[in-house]
Ligand binder design. Structure first.
Ligand code: PMP
Length: 400
C-alpha cells in the first residue's frame, strides 16, 4: 500500500475548470468571459513596451543570478513604497513602513496571514467581504484564522451595501483583521468612494480593528494615485497599524513573473524594524527568498522617470479600453431593449458582477458558447470590438 493511498482528490478550482471546458468546446466563435486577466483588443496578454525595454537592457547586460535578500530587491521595495503610499508619504518619512518583495500578491497575503496569526494567537479572526476573491478565504483559513464575513454587495442595486457593511464591521471584536479591496473589487467591480472610505476607516479606528488592504489592481480604475485612496486615507487617519498587500501582475502585465509586495505599517520606526525582521523570518521558512527577474523589470520601469511616465500611459491604455468596453456593452444592451445594465458603467476594474443568474449563465454557455462564472462575474477586459455585438445580443436574449 502506497504512502499516499489515503489521499483524496482536492477540489478543483472552479475558474480553471471553466477554462478547461472552454478549451475543449469545439464550437467556432466561442468566447471566454471567465478569465481573470487583462487581454487586449486581440485577446492577447499585452507585453508592455516599457517593460520590454527594461527586459532588453537587462538581457544586454546579463548578470549571474545570485540570491536576492530574503525580503527582495531593495530598489524594488523602495519604489513600491512610493507607489503604494505616495512619494511624499509622512509614514515613509517617519520610517514606519516595513516592506518585502513577495511572490505575487498571493504570497504577500500568505506571509502576512502567518505573521498576523502569530500576533493574534488562538483567537485570530479575519472579516472578508461577501463576496470576495476565493483565495482570501483559503489563505486565512490555512493560516489558522476563524473566517467572518461582512456585507458588501447589494444584488438589488448592483452596488455597495454600505449600511450593511458598517453594521457588520461595527459588530466585530477589537483586533479582528478586516480585509479590504483597495479598488476594482474582485469579483464584483463595486468600490467605495472617498467619503465611504472615510466612514469605514472611522469605524475601523473606533473599533480598534486591523485594516488589511489588498491592492491587486492599482491603476486599473482611475490612476495609480486615485486608486490608492484607501491607503492614503488610512495613512492620514491616525490608525497606528495596518497592512497592504500589492500586486504588479495586472498593472505591469507580468502575471507569470510573480511580482508583489507586503507592506506593514507600525506605530514608529522601531516597530517597523521589528515587523521587517518578522516578515523575513516568515518568508525564510516558506520560500527563503523571492525571484530576481520580475522585480528587476518593475524596478527598472519605476526607477526611471521616463519609463515610469510611459508605463503610466500604457496602464492608462488598458483601463481606457476597459472603460470603453463597459460603455459599449451598456449602450448595445440598451439598444437591444435589454433590462437596464447601466450599473456596469459604475463598476470598476476588470470584473463586473453582471447580475446574470446561474441559469442565464448556463444558457449563455449552452446556447451561445459564451463562458462566464456561475456567480455572474464577467471579465470586461475579455470584451473587444469583434465580440461585443455577439455578447450583447446573447445577453439580451437570455435576459428577455
Ligand atoms: N488579490 C486579488 C483580489 C486578486 O484578484 C489577485 C489576483 N487574481 C491577487 C490578490 C493575487 O495576485 P498575484 O497574481 O499577484 O498573486
Amino acid at each position: 500500500m502506497s504512502f499516499f493511498a489515503s489521499l483524496e482528490m482536492a477540489p478543483g478550482d472552479p475558474i480553471l475548470g471553466l477554462t478547461e471546458t472552454y478549451v475543449a468546446d469545439p464550437r467556432p466563435g466561442k468566447i471566454n468571459l471567465g478569465v481573470g486577466i487583462y487581454v487586449d483588443e486581440q485577446g492577447r496578454i499585452p507585453l508592455l513596451p516599457s517593460v520590454h525595454e527594461v527586459e532588453q537592457a537587462l538581457a544586454a547586460a546579463a548578470k549571474p543570478r545570485g540570491y536576492l535578500p530574503i525580503d527582495g530587491l531593495a530598489a524594488y521595495n523602495r519604489l513600491t513604497q512610493q507607489l503604494v503610499f505616495g512619494a511624499e508619504s509622512p509614514l515613509l518619512a517617519a520610517g514606519r513602513v516595513a516592506t518585502a518583495q513577495t511572490i505575487g500578491g498571493s504570497a504577500a497575503l500568505r506571509v502576512a496571514a502567518d505573521l498576523l496569526k502569530q500576533v493574534a494567537g488562538a483567537g485570530a479572526k479575519v472579516a472578508i467581504s461577501n463576496p470576495s476573491w476565493g483565495n482570501h478565504h483559503v489563505v486565512f483559513r490555512t493560516a489558522g484564522f476563524e473566517l467572518l464575513e461582512y456585507r458588501y454587495y447589494s444584488a438589488a442595486s448592483h452596488g455597495l451595501d454600505l449600511a450593511g457593511m458598517l453594521e457588520d464591521l461595527g459588530k466585530l471584536e477589537p483586533g479582528t483583521v478586516v480585509l479590504l479591496h483597495a479598488c476594482c473589487h474582485n469579483p464584483t467591480g463595486v468600490d467605495l468612494d472617498a467619503a465611504q472610505w472615510q466612514q469605514v476607516i472611522g469605524l475601523l479606528k473606533e473599533r480598534r480593528l486591523l485594516p488589511f488592504v489588498d491592492m491587486a489592481y492599482q491603476g486599473f480604475d482611475q490612476d495609480t494615485e486615485q486608486d490608492a485612496t484607501a491607503v492614503r486615507l488610512l495613512a492620514a487617519s491616525g490608525i497606528e497599524a495596518f497592512v497592504v498587500a500589492n500586486s504588479y501582475s495586472k498593472s505591469f502585465s507580468l502575471y507569470g513573473e510573480r511580482v508583489g509586495a507586503l507592506s506593514m505599517v507600525g506605530a514608529d520606526r522601531g516597530e517597523a524594524e521589528r515587523l521587517q525582521s518578522k516578515i523575513k523570518q516568515v518568508i525564510r521558512t516558506i520560500y527563503s527568498s523571492p525571484s530576481t527577474h520580475g522585480a528587476a523589470l518593475v524596478a527598472g520601469v519605476l526607477g526611471s522617470s521616463e519609463l515610469r511616465a510611459r508605463w503610466e500611459e500604457e496602464l492608462g491604455g488598458m483601463r481606457g479600453r476597459i472603460h470603453a468596453m463597459r460603455a459599449g456593452f451598456v449602450e448595445k444592451l440598451a439598444a437591444l431593449g435589454a433590462p437596464d445594465f447601466g450599473f456596469i458603467n459604475r463598476q470598476a476594474g476588470m470584473f463586473s458582477y453582471s447580475g446574470l443568474s446561474k441559469a442565464q449563465v448556463h444558457r449563455l454557455r449552452d446556447e451561445y458558447a459564451i463562458y462566464a462564472l456561475d456567480s455572474g462575474r464577467i471579465c470586461v477586459a475579455a470584451l473587444n470590438h469583434a465580440n461585443l455585438d455577439t455578447v450583447a445580443a446573447a445577453v439580451a436574449a437570455v435576459t428577455r
